[in-house]
Design a protein around this ligand. Structure first.
Ligand code: LLP
Length: 431
């Protein structure tokens, strides 16, 4: 199977960490997201332990909570000793209500509103990741008004294309995020920040992309950032104590995808950081990383009930499910590959190719096209693997479809962590 925690039991049912998918669907209803706590915890530990061992003191993974944000996930991150990357007042508020320590929160976003800046300071957010000169000025003004000194990192664009693994001087520089090293804007932002009385610059941040299988682009980005750090140290006498390398390590979604050794990648980045700092003659900074997908994606399976089946001879076969782009828009948006099973008939041989269609009035509402499945029947159970990241987080109420429940598999058994949206939830804000 694609992952160790996915198997098939004697009844031919898919199991998730030993729990029968059909029994979970019967108990909690569908569509249902089943998220295994132990997979999330063990991945947090891989990052935390490898980073503590291979990187300078103070290095830490921060959970990029844009991947999946609800109260319980922040509690897991806190218990596992991680920090958090939050990107909006909504994510900050969720973390706050979950009891997550605000001093371990890094506040991201390329357009933080005045309200969000004030809200974050009011609740003692540990560090801003400052994206622009405009934001810097707004943060300085708000920190001055409050009589505090706000810690921050400066978000920079090192000019790396992670998917071709080539250093480029133009591509990523036109990103809407951060200040480009190449154009001199990064240096200008640093100089302005160092002149701000109510700001303490801890160091730099970069994020080169997502779903990156190779370690090399991270090493390239780290090297470019350290070159910049050393240049700024020589020129302005400023030592960056922190380097945040962002998130982006991939997760296999289908059997053909390579498996990733996260600890080995971290060790390679650690070796690169030590070697580069030695060569440049600078003190190695503490390294932060912001994994999102690789902490939660493969921990989750979404279960759907089959409804209508439509076979169009010579053209296409559709199997309709009781969810779709409203809970997982990633095929619609990115044509993302997923592993799909008929979860209650795992041992039956495939009868043909079926396109898994959602229930929205939208031809593009598909979860996956042309999947080999046994001939589905109304009432069967479809399982889609690897749905922990950027599914629920990107869910919508299009067609007024309620969002699914999230059931977590904890130490003491399954429990509901996010209630299924009700019809009344859908009209809660309608006056
Ligand atoms: N840090 C920053 C600043 C980011 O922008 C992101 C993701 C992360 C960390 C986490 O990256 P990860 O480890 O999850 O790759 N909706 C897209 C993914 C967008 C990623 C946005 N930024 C998808 O469904 O594939």
């Amino acid at each position: 199977m694609l992952y160790d925690h996915i198997a098939v039991n004697g009844q031919g049912h898919l199991t998730i960490s030993g729990y029968d998918a059909e029994a979970l669907a019967a108990q909690y209803g569908t569509p249902l997201m089943v998220l295994d706590e132990s997979v999330v915890r063990s991945r947090c530990r891989v990052y935390r332990e490898a980073m503590a061992e291979a990187l300078p003191a103070g290095s830490l993974p921060l959970y990029a909570s844009k991947a999946l944000s609800f109260k319980r996930i922040y509690q897991l991150a806190a218990q596992e000793g991680l920090g958090v990357d939050a990107v909006s007042a909504g994510e900050l508020y969720t973390a706050l209500k979950a009891g997550f320590p605000m001093d371990k929160v890094y506040f991201h976003g390329s357009n933080k509103t005045d309200f969000e800046i004030s809200f974050a300071m009011e609740h003692g957010v540990g560090c801003f990741v400052c994206d622009s000169a405009d934001e810097l000025r707004a943060v300085e003004a708000e920190a001055a008004r409050r009589g505090l000194r706000q810690r921050l990192l400066l978000r920079l664009t090192p000019g790396i294309d992670p998917h071709t693994h080539v250093k480029i001087n133009t591509g990523r520089i036109d990103s809407k995020f951060g200040a480009a090293i190449e154009t001199g804007q990064a240096e200008a932002l640093l100089r302005e920040a160092l002149d701000c009385a109510h700001v303490e610059v801890l160091g730099y941040h970069c994020h080169i992309g997502s779903q990156i299988f190779d370690h090399a682009p991270f090493c390239d980005a780290a090297a470019l950032m350290l070159d910049f750090a050393a240049a700024m140290e020589r020129k302005h006498g400023y030592h960056a104590a922190v380097l945040n390398l962002g998130g982006g390590m991939a997760v296999p979604y289908v059997a053909a995808d390579p498996r990733i050794d996260y600890a080995a990648n971290i060790r390679k980045i650690g070796a690169l950081v030590r070697e580069t700092c030695g060569r440049l003659g600078i003190e190695p900074p503490a390294v932060l990383m912001e994994p999102g997908r690789s902490l939660v994606a493969d921990a989750c399976v979404t279960l759907y009930t089959v409804g209508a089946i439509k076979e169009i001879p010579g053209f296409k076969n559709y199997v309709s499910i009781d969810g779709g782009m409203t809970d997982n828009p990633r095929y619609t948006l990115y044509q993302s590959a997923y592993t799909v099973y008929l979860a209650n008939r795992m041992n039956e041989t495939a009868a043909g190719r079926y396109t898994v269609a959602g229930r929205c009035c939208e031809s593009g509402d598909l979860i996956q096209e042309d999947v080999s499945l046994p001939r589905p029947r109304r009432g069967d159970l479809v399982a889609v693997l690897t749905t922990g990241a950027y599914n629920y987080a990107m869910a919508s109420n299009y067609n007024r479809v309620p969002r699914p429940a999230i059931v977590m598999l904890g130490e003491n058994g399954p429990y509901t962590a996010v209630r299924r949206e009700s019809l009344d939830d859908l009209i809660a804000n309608d006056l």
